[in-house]
Design a protein around this ligand. Structure first.
Ligand SMILES: Cc1cc2nc3c(=O)[nH]c(=O)nc-3n(C[C@H](O)[C@H](O)[C@H](O)COP(=O)(O)O)c2cc1C
Length: 265
């Protein structure tokens, strides 16, 4: 199959999913590449139409074993016509549960034909110096594997005449998908180092932080991604004692064993 354009789409508040998707794209080595970063609220309004001549690569982080609701909402606006697609989830070294299955099912529902699926590991959103979880993942080895996956997808597509010749890919996961109830939590503490620079408000994928006064965080909008905590140049934002901190402590003890990326193609 001759691919004319690579379409990259990722939701990646703290950047690990973006790193993996870019690695896959390098390995695939296509001259025409269009990227939509759906972590940015204004870019989520952008509609995408794809055809059989495109390769759509979508990456999302795993949130409580599922695809983040924001990414599912965006996928509902996707107009894909028989488009070969790569489904990628990135998780924080605990488990990806039903997320890869959910992503694959959703993409199929919207006109995609999965040509490869993969689960990679990224530093956990709740990781901190006190509660380290998968620190600095994806690392060089993960990125090399992402590039290798890109090459293998190209090799797989080369001899195939059309999407009708791509067989179904089985991925782990269960029905019904793991239950997910959004948490509404006021869990961020801001100390006196805050210079009101606004970086936290700019990186927030749901516009939950007031740009003029970053101490005003709308907890009903917050999705706990911790992009604000991780991006603060003054290290003024930290996680308060409470549920998120307790989860982080538990995961930093129970998820120490390194998990490796897996491909299905
Ligand atoms: C609300 C929330 C739920 C999460 N649930 C899981 C999970 O079920 N399993 C897991 O291993 N990691 C989980 N993570 C960690 C992220 O999947 C992981 O850190 C990912 O690399 C973040 O991607 P990003 O850097 O592209 O934002 C969760 C993170 C958040 C914020």
């Amino acid at each position: 199959m001759k691919i004319q354009s690579l379409k990259l789409v990722y939701f990646s508040p703290s950047g690990t999913t973006k790193t993996i998707i870019e690695g896959i794209a390098r390995g695939f080595n296509q001259s025409s590449v269009e990227t939509i970063d759906i972590s940015k609220p204004e870019l989520r309004k952008q509609q995408l139409q794809t055809s059989e001549n495109d390769l759509l690569v979508i990456g999302v982080p795993v949130y409580v074993g599922r695809v983040p609701a924001i990414a599912i909402d965006w996928l509902y606006t996707l107009q894909a016509r028989s488009t070969p697609a790569v489904c990628v989830v990135v998780y924080g070294n605990r488990a990806y549960d039903d997320a890869l299955l959910e992503l694959k099912d959703t993409m199929v529902k919207h006109g995609c034909v999965p040509v490869a699926c993969a689960a990679f590991v990224g530093e956990h959103s709740f990781s901190s110096s006190e509660t380290p979880i998968a620190v600095a993942r994806p690392d060089v080895s993960d990125v090399n594997l992402a590039e290798l996956l890109g090459k293998r997808i190209k090799e797989k597509l080369l001899p195939i005449e059309s999407v009708d010749h791509i067989s179904d890919i089985a991925v782990p996961g269960n029905y019904p998908y793991r239950e997910f109830k959004p948490w509404v939590l006021d869990f961020i503490e801001i100390n006196n180092n805050c210079s009101q620079c606004g970086v936290c408000a700019t990186v927030c994928p749901v516009d939950a932080i007031d740009l003029e006064n970053s101490t005003l965080i709308e907890k009903e909008k917050c999705i706990l991604c911790c992009a604000c905590v991780k991006s603060c140049p003054e290290k003024a934002l930290t996680v308060k004692p409470g549920i998120v901190k307790d989860v982080a402590k538990r995961l930093s003890q129970t998820c120490q064993n390194r998990k490796e990326p897996v491909f299905f193609l």
